[in-house]
Design a protein around this ligand. Structure first.
Ligand code: HEC
Length: 457
């Protein structure tokens, strides 16, 4: 509420962040797991009789790996920064202020990681063997350290643990209850991705090439730790979730096909189905290594991407309605403010810095309230559409519903007085009025100054 709003039609800003993040997660985890793969494969080639051939094959792996992780990893990584600061400036600011040195370490790690990877790749023909193996190992350790750092910040958002606004203890926030289960889960998942990537590159070898069998078998072993450990780690992670999140998730699971949040259950189901499919695929590959084709191997990789999608949306959903659990709601309202009845009941424009002071047009006023209080999770007529969800609203019902909107536990309380509620309700109802569709141009992101000009005739 202290910042302008990024009003993305149809998708909503949150979904834009989620789409970029889901792609980035797969790449960034591969960037670490693939490092471990390179290192162990270097050791393997040093000890094998056909070490030269293995290294030739490994060069192919390293080429795809380098292009995929550095180009797409860097683009999506910067994309996340770009998108989160627009979608959620208040939360981005909180994270930067609390974890400034962690971010600094993260960026240094990233720089060193890339440098080492380039030294490794471009020194392929000239570096001594021992040095190459060392570089591959160093790359993995540094890349994993960057996970060690970012994991603290990511888990903090769902399980801030002992950290509160009064006790901003960084160590408590960083090594929060979700930290270790998440770190281990991500680590075994990284190995899985490294192996699946090996399967893709290995599948391109000729069927009658004895190396194909060796490489495929080597790659399948990387999936094992995830297959065996993931259920236990997931359970451990589950036990660290805040009570509120567990209630939300269980409500969703119980209400599969009915409850309002059954989406949570669907996401979890996606993770389970994706994992099962990968385990089946890997067993087949291990039994008949020569039969592995690029199409099948790429399909397994894409299935892993769907698993990530499920897991990320699950994490995102159980965090509702917060962006930092128990501290900051996703629409920028602080729980401190929400717990203060005087604050909640006062006129919204009096405490929201980007709200035009007193829009004289009620629909326009309502549109601003929508942007500032609802648009972080809803769109007008696209993702989680409010047009659809308020279909049955009347001007009697709407304002009343808004006074109780936080009761379900998935939304923040409404912030504003009776006139604000009337205006928002009128605006949402106006979305149904086909004869007077909301003015698209006025709906685009406008700053209060511009808005004032538009409003006054
Ligand atoms: C933190 C995210 C979040 C914010 C902010 C939020 N909502 Fe929701 N809303 C949800 C979720 C999650 C659901 C339930 C799942 C669904 O319906 O997709 C929901 C459901 C709804 C529903 C249908 C629920 C029912 O009981 O019929 C309405 C209506 C609604 N929201 C209106 C609003 C309005 C108006 C605002 C702004 C004042 C708002 N929401 C702000 C997340 C949010």
């Amino acid at each position: 509420m202290n910042y302008p709003v990024w009003d993305v039609p149809f998708l909503g800003s949150g979904l834009v962040v989620a789409i970029i993040a889901v792609i980035h997660i797969l790449i960034s985890h591969l960037a670490i797991g693939g490092g471990a793969f390179l290192f162990v494969a270097e050791l393997w080639s040093n000890r094998s009789d056909d070490g030269m051939r293995i290294r030739d094959w490994l060069h192919g792996y390293a080429t795809y790996f380098l292009v995929y992780t550095t180009v797409f990893g860097a683009v999506t990584g910067v994309g996340i920064w770009f998108a989160i600061q627009l979608a959620n400036p208040e939360a981005t600011s909180l994270l930067i202020h609390q974890f400034v040195f962690a971010w600094a370490i993260e960026w240094v790690m990233f720089l060193v990681e890339l440098t080492v990877l380039y030294l490794y790749y471009y020194g392929w023909k000239t570096n001594r063997r021992g040095y190459q193996t060392f570089l591959a190992g160093a790359y993995f350790v540094i890349a994993w350290m960057s996970l060690f750092v970012i994991n603290g910040i990511l888990t903090f958002m769902l399980t801030p643990g002992g950290w509160t606004l009064q006790n901003t203890d960084i160590v408590a926030g960083f090594f929060n209850p979700g930290y270790f289960p998440s770190l281990l889960l991500r680590t075994v998942f990284m190995f899985l991705l490294g192996g699946l990537f090996g399967l893709i590159v290995g599948s391109k070898l000729e069927d009658d090439d004895p190396l194909k069998e060796k490489v495929i078998l080597f790659s399948t072993k990387w999936v094992l730790p995830a297959a065996v450990l993931a259920p236990f780690l997931l359970w451990w992670y589950w036990t660290t979730l805040p009570e509120h999140a567990v209630t939300l998730a269980e409500g969703g699971v119980a209400g599969l096909g009915g409850g309002t949040l059954d989406a949570i259950a669907r996401h979890l189901l996606l993770v389970v189905v994706a994992s099962a499919a990968i385990v089946c695929g890997i067993v087949i590959a291990a039994v008949r290594p020569k039969s592995v084709r690029p199409g099948g191997a790429i399909a397994l990789f894409l299935i892993a991407q769907f698993g990530v999608l499920g897991a990320e949306f699950f994490r995102e959903m159980v965090r509702k309605p917060y962006v930092v659990h128990g501290v900051l709601y996703s629409n920028g309202l602080w729980t401190e403010q929400a717990n203060d009845p005087a604050h909640l009941a006062s006129t919204y424009a009096d405490h929201a810095r980007w709200m035009p002071a007193a829009p004289d047009d009620q629909l326009d006023h309502g549109a601003w309230l929508f942007r500032l209080q609802c648009a972080s999770c809803h769109t007008r007529d696209g993702y989680r559409s409010l047009k659809e969800r308020t279909e049955a609203w009347s001007q009697d019902f709407g304002p009343q519903w808004l006074t109780r909107m936080d009761e379900g536990g998935v939304m923040p309380p409404f912030d504003g007085d009776a006139a604000d509620r009337e205006a928002l309700s009128a605006y949402l109802i106006s979305l149904h009025d086909e004869a007077h569709p909301p003015n698209r141009e006025a709906d685009a992101m406008v700053r209060p100054g511009d808005q004032a000009e538009e409003v006054s005739p």
